[in-house]
Write a protein that binds this ligand. Structure first.
Ligand code: ASP
Length: 359
């Protein structure tokens, strides 16, 4: 069964197929209307969302399909204590594909173990958000005409920003990417992305603490919101919440052809004065999200049982009853998911579901 839980579940050629189908949908929308008639998408959102849920809904409607689900888990049997796995077993009887957002990391991966229909991860905690990544890739492609060869600056909350983690993983499939990480110490990119993704795949990255010193180098500036809901300590959030603000003066330091992306919602990190700048691509990015989700739904239903398009199988989980995942927000510390691990090339043991370092 083909699911999309992590960006690396897609090969480079599968990403290319989705991006080029999205471009074809944009160019010939009428050809795809009705292509999903009698198909149903379930949107199971255990955490708030505006763009992602509505763009999935709008995408399925544009394809002529139907949508069911919940946007507040309190209105479902989850409030009676139903597990994620039981919920997807049930919903798989009603829908052809499921898009799920969950505050617990690894919840969707755990759900795939029993699902009879493809599951799309619409965001799990601060871990991963692969459909935002497809949106970002399509946006870069449309704004700049290419993805290979770009220098991209990620600015803001690189620690909890799941869209950053996923996009860096996907960019590891492209050629000659350079990454610049702009963040205060408290919000730095997690080690597992630096080591297991950038270092392992050879993406050069450097860490800086001001936007000004790198603005002129960037082809893409990827702004992010400081993720208030992920902080355990409110004082820590207050200290870093306004670390970076993009304004016209900083835009004046950038290349003439640069694209500013933001997964939205923005809070204070991009002043509205920037919106009129032709390089501000974040509202165009929102619309791209709908087209790329249309393409994803079409492709996943086409690939779902095709052995040519399976899930990556190059890793076998390590099971050790002595070891525990240290992440309290991981599925294995919240439901009866097993404590399973994967050994990385540098010998580190990481949680199978949330990537936290275990040993
Ligand atoms: N909408 C994005 C997400 O769901 C970014 C954000 O919330 O800041 O991760």
């Amino acid at each position: 069964m083909k699911h999309l839980i992590d960006p690396t579940d897609l090969t480079k050629s599968e990403i290319d197929e989705i991006i080029s189908l999205a471009q074809d949908i944009i160019a010939h929308r009428e050809r795809y209307q009705g292509s999903m008639s009698h198909k149903k998408l379930a949107t199971l959102f255990y955490e708030p969302s505006t763009r992602t849920r509505l763009s999935f809904t709008s995408a399925m409607m544009e394809l002529g399909g139907n949508v069911l689900g919940f946007s507040d888990a309190r209105s479902s049997s989850v409030s009676k204590g139903e597990s994620v796995q039981d919920t997807v077993r049930v919903v798989g009887c009603f829908a052809d594909v499921i898009a799920m957002r969950h505050h617990i990391e690894g919840a969707q991966l755990y759900a795939t173990e029993v699902s009879t229909v493809p599951i799309i991860n619409a965001g799990d905690g601060s871990h991963s958000h692969p459909t935002q990544t497809l949106t970002d890739l399509l946006t870069i492609q449309r704004e700049l005409g290419h993805i290979d060869g770009i220098t991209i600056g990620f600015c803001g909350d690189l620690r909890f920003g799941r869209t950053v983690h996923s996009l860096i993983k996907a960019l590891s499939r492209y050629k000659d990417i350079k990454v610049i990480l702009i963040a205060p110490d408290e919000l730095k990119l997690p080690d597992y992305i630096k080591q297991d993704v950038c270092e392992r795949t050879g993406i050069p990255y450097r860490e800086v603490t001001t936007m000004e010193e790198v603005m002129g180098e960037l082809d893409v500036l990827y702004m992010t919101r400081v993720q208030k809901e992920r902080f355990l300590d409110e004082d820590e959030f207050d200290r870093v919440k306004d670390s970076f603000v993009l304004d016209d003066a900083r835009m004046a330091l950038a290349k003439e052809k640069m694209a500013v992306l933001h997964p939205l919602p923005r809070v204070n990190e991009i002043l509205t004065e920037v919106d009129a700048d032709p390089r501000a691509a974040y509202f165009r990015q929102v619309e791209n999200g709908k087209f790329v989700r249309e393409a994803l739904i079409v492709k996943l239903l086409e690939w779902k049982d095709d052995p040519e398009h399976g899930m990556p199988t190059d890793e076998t989980p390590v099971e050790d009853p002595e070891l525990r995942c240290p992440n309290k927000k991981c599925i294995c510390n919240n439901e009866h998911a097993p404590h399973r691990f994967r050994r990385t090339e540098n010998g580190v043991l990481r949680c199978w579901y949330c990537d936290s370092k275990v040993r």
